[in-house]
Design a protein around this ligand. Sequence first.
Ligand code: SF4
Length: 222
Amino acid sequence: MDENINELISDLKSYLEYLKGMGIVSIPASEMKADEPGQSTMITLEDVRKELGDCKRCKLHRGRKTIVFGEGNEKATLMLIGEGPGYDEDVQGRPFVGRAGQLLTKILQSINLPREEVYIANIIKCRPPQNRNPEPDEIQSCTPFLMKQIQVIQPKIICALGAFSAQTLLKTDVKITALRGKFYDLEGIKVIPTYHPAFLLRNPERKREVWEDMKKIVELLG
Ligand code: SF4
């Protein structure tokens, strides 16, 4: 037993020396999982999805058809986060697939970013009744999973779509009109709020501002 532990410590030391040599001096504990003592690996989106399971952590599970986990590139440099699933998303189990989603796809195309290259998710993963705003207890139950998705993906930029997403991510009640178009920090990741595509469908004259925000994203992504 002692021999095994010594061997394990020695392996760990070698691994840490290797990481140090690569310039990596810390490993966020949240990115590790331990299936068995001494066996730690990086977590993946699949792990997060498995942990979420057939989630009933908040009352929104009662009215949903499907959990809308999120989709896209696990190594995306840009992540887009909306509010929550609507009717079409609930039926299809995919984020941003209704009219607002089609507009989002067009916005991404306009900056030469195919949908498959980014990662798209929402603050909450189940459709609220009559598309009402999510309530604090629902956000509290659901956002830990979104945070894990962010930790796995480690995007360079998060684009918060709409007031609700921006205010939740940035923990503020400042209006979206004041928040949009500027970069904020979320644990080392740049967050830029912009208008939600559903808002643009109702207010097409605001598309120009979103276009300006997208240009800033492109510039930062390089
Ligand atoms: S909204 Fe989130 S926490 Fe609530 S049931 Fe759905 S997946 Fe679970």
